[in-house]
Write a protein that binds this ligand. Structure first.
Ligand code: NAP
Length: 268
């Protein structure tokens, strides 16, 4: 579980501790916040384990990978939940918001996947927490940009180039002219949703059997990210990610989909 010292990630760990028969790792970029979260779950009689993980720090990702490899030799469930969003009233320049948000939400998630996918065991489940915002934002792209994202032969490298092109365009304020919308968070989650579809294609051709990957929206949840305006509790927000993380062996669908309220949603 990435980004699980608070919010939806914390509730996903709580749910996994209750429903998954194996060791569950709460990870956090800050040791103290992660350990406090562990204590709080311990007080509910739950026993997650802790490992530090900053998804923007390659060395931190590498340490987690080595630890998992050495301790377990594999991984059964990966939930990519860690994410950031600037507040709507942020005065940070848009180019900065684009670069920083995509660095965490897209490049961080991708880096974790690249490091940990080799550890996935047959029947593993991967959940990429995206957002419904990605579905609104892709519709606001020009037809030309949209067709690039929706090309069903798109590679990870080509998707990464699209994300870089967007960031680059925000720096000289040409992103609108190039057909991109002005939503840093939305574009970062377009990246996560499209990445999931590509990863599904790659994992389907993988010799390891029955690895299922989906992206999802947790709904509008009462967390720090939403300044506590969301109407769902963190446990309600964790419901769809947990459902996807615990899909039974042999699941054919959902797989490679964008899921909201436990239902496959037309992503774009
Ligand atoms: P949150 O309460 O702000 O929690 C975000 C978590 O991600 C925190 O644990 C945070 O750690 C962690 N994080 C941020 N950057 C990180 C990094 N570089 N490395 C590791 N961890 C990092 O947000 P949330 O609402 O629970 O959001 C969880 C996920 O759901 C996000 O991907 C978000 O985009 C998505 N989502 C949320 C909503 C909603 O309504 N809340 C809706 C749609 C999608 P720190 O405590 O150290 O900052």
């Amino acid at each position: 579980m990435t980004g699980s010292n608070k919010g939806i990630g914390y509730a996903i760990v709580r749910g996994l501790c209750k429903q998954f028969d194996g060791d569950v790792y709460l990870t956090s970029r800050k040791d103290d916040l992660g350990k406090e979260a562990i204590k709080s779950l311990n007080s509910e009689g739950l026993s997650p384990k802790f490992h530090q993980l900053d998804i923007t720090d390659q060395a931190s990702i590498g340490r987690l990978k080595d630890f998992l490899q050495k301790t377990y030799g594999g991984l059964d469930i990966l939930v990519n939940n860690a994410g950031i969003a600037y507040k709507l009233n942020s005065t940070a320049p848009f180019a900065e918001q684009a670069e920083v948000t995509i660095k965490t939400n897209y490049f961080g998630t991708l880096a974790v996947c690249e490091a940990l996918f080799p550890l996935l065991r047959p029947h593993a489940r991967v959940v990429n927490v995206s957002s419904m915002v990605s579905t609104f934002v892709i519709r606001r792209c020009s037809e030309e940009v949209k067709s690039k994202f929706l090309n069903n032969k798109l590679s990870v490298a080509e998707l990464t180039n699209l994300m870089k092109d967007f960031i680059h365009a925000t720096k000289n304020d040409s992103h609108k002219r190039k057909g991109y919308p002005s939503s840093a968070y939305g574009m970062s989650k377009v990246g996560v949703s499209v990445l999931t579809e590509i990863q599904h294609r790659l994992l389907s051709a993988d010799p390891r059997e029955d690895i299922v990957i989906n992206s999802c929206c947790p709904g509008y949840v009462d967390t720090d990210m939403t300044s506590h305006k969301g109407h769902k509790t963190i446990d309600q927000g964790a419901d769809t990610p947990l459902y996807l993380a615990l899909l039974p062996p042999g699941t054919k669908s959902p797989n490679g989909n964008f899921v909201s309220e436990r239902k496959i949603t037309q992503s774009f």
